[in-house]
Design a protein around this ligand. Structure first.
Ligand code: SF4
Ligand code: SF4
Length: 226
């Protein structure tokens, strides 16, 4: 999710081993961050690999099934979770059960794992921060960031997050400089390489991402230069 950060939120930044007051205690009946989120729950390649692994569906099938959709995100076409109208009239994520639980909890996207934390990127790196006024639960317990995220091989995941953010930043800068046709072409290529070409869900994600990054780097750079 890309959002304006309140400068007060950045007064304290956290690393994976830091304790932060983010633990909502199992959320106890609340699912407010799973509804009305519009197109803000963006999916990165790790999210797609993980969701495909958990659901046994490809990204195309998730889109056709109404769980995800493609949208324009700062000049690039990227996937995000789709909100669907429910019987109570609320727009909510397609993976939210009628009882208000996440049906893909072990495979949920990175943004869902983070919440109410966010990532603040600076100088090719990032730190975590606690978002203010986003989660309605008034009292939260302290939890180690690593434990809150529940991501195996967190160091490799964090390196992927840096790499993906840097690649997207370069693409966005390139898209801003080049003409409409080149932008569309490069955006489509990015989508094909990192999302639509299926991942081996039983194989290590990071090796597959690295291979795609190597093969995509120069092609994308070339396309964004006119
Ligand atoms: S808004 Fe907070 S308490 Fe509610 S589901 Fe999200 S993280 Fe849990
Ligand atoms: S994937 Fe799960 S945690 Fe994330 S918005 Fe959907 S229901 Fe909520």
């Amino acid at each position: 999710m890309r959002r304006e950060v309140d400068v007060r939120e950045l007064q304290r930044l956290y690393g994976a081993e830091d304790m932060v007051r983010a633990d909502c205690g199992g959320c106890a009946g609340c699912h407010s961050c799973c509804q009305g989120m519009g197109d803000s729950i963006g999916l990165d390649p790790w999210d797609v690999w993980n969701l495909c692994r958990g659901t046994g569906r490809s990204l195309e099938e998730l889109i056709n099934g109404g769980y995800a959709e493609l949208g324009l995100d700062d000049g690039l076409v990227l996937p995000h979770l789709r909100m669907r109208r429910r019987q109570d009239g609320q727009e909510a994520c397609g993976f939210l059960s009628e009882e208000g639980r996440c049906l893909v909890h072990p495979f949920r996207p990175g943004i869902c794992r983070l919440f109410p934390l966010g990532r603040y990127y600076e100088n090719g790196d990032f730190r975590y921060y606690l978002q203010m006024n986003q989660c309605p639960k008034p009292v939260k317990a302290k939890v180690r960031v690593r434990k809150w995220l529940e991501i195996e091989e967190l160091e490799r995941y964090e390196q992927f997050v840096r790499d993906w953010h840097s690649l997207l930043t370069r693409c966005r800068q390139g898209a801003g400089r080049c003409g409409e046709e080149a932008r569309k072409k490069a955006s489509l290529l990015l989508l094909r390489i990192f999302y639509l070409a299926s991942y081996e869900t039983e194989a290590d994600f990071y090796g597959q991402f690295e291979a795609r990054k190597q093969s995509a780097g120069s092609v994308l750079a070339g396309l964004f230069v006119e």
